[in-house]
Design a protein around this ligand. Structure first.
Ligand code: HEM
Length: 154
């Protein structure tokens, strides 16, 4: 079970990133190009936030079954000094949660704004901040302290 959820969580990151990039591209194009906020833009806004929420749920499941997190929670005093364990036990989980909350707020604000330009602007700014937080907290293979593969094999 654990290796499957871990592989799914690793793979799902690409969907999160692709949908975020597309939503941000649409938002800036619409905002700077004075375009109407179409039904398609609204769907992109909604689906992007939903994909982030699904990743949050997968991440939470992982948190409860991961042996690494179990070690972090049960041996906190020692574990908190180990870079890799602390990263997943605290930094990654907390910061990803914050990033997804920011996307959720941005989506809700964009939905309620009265004009098309304000919708695009809210989506552009909030989603960009959310994406930056997510990008900075992914354990990339090139990350100096905690690195994980681009694709996790089962
Ligand atoms: C957009 C949000 C997120 C992205 C893109 C993301 C991405 C990743 C990636 C790439 C890994 C490494 C997978 C591997 O070892 O191959 C990972 C591990 C992990 N993530 Fe996330 N994550 C996100 C959100 C979360 C959240 C919200 C939580 C918990 C609440 C979480 C919990 C974990 C845990 C516990 C691990 C490692 C477990 C282990 O090695 O045993 N993630 N995540």
């Amino acid at each position: 079970m654990y290796p499957h959820i871990l592989a799914l969580h690793s793979l799902f990151r690409w969907l999160v990133l692709a949908s975020m990039l597309y939503a941000i591209y649409r938002a800036y194009k619409g905002w700077l190009g004075n375009k109407p906020f179409s039904k398609h833009d609204n769907t992109v806004r909604h689906i992007t936030a939903t994909i982030a929420h699904i990743q949050l749920i997968i991440g939470l499941c992982l948190y409860f079954i991961s042996p690494l997190i179990s070690y972090f929670l049960h041996e906190y005093k020692d574990a908190v000094h180990q870079r890799q364990v602390r990263f997943f036990g605290m930094e990654h989980s907390l910061m990803m949660f914050v990033g997804i909350i920011i996307i959720t707020i941005g989506s809700a604000i964009a939905k309620r704004k009265p004009t098309d330009q304000q919708k695009f602007k809210a989506m552009a700014i909030w989603y960009t901040i959310g994406l930056l937080i997510i990008l900075l907290n992914i354990p990339w293979p090139f990350s100096p302290l905690v690195s994980r593969p681009y694709f996790r094999a089962l």
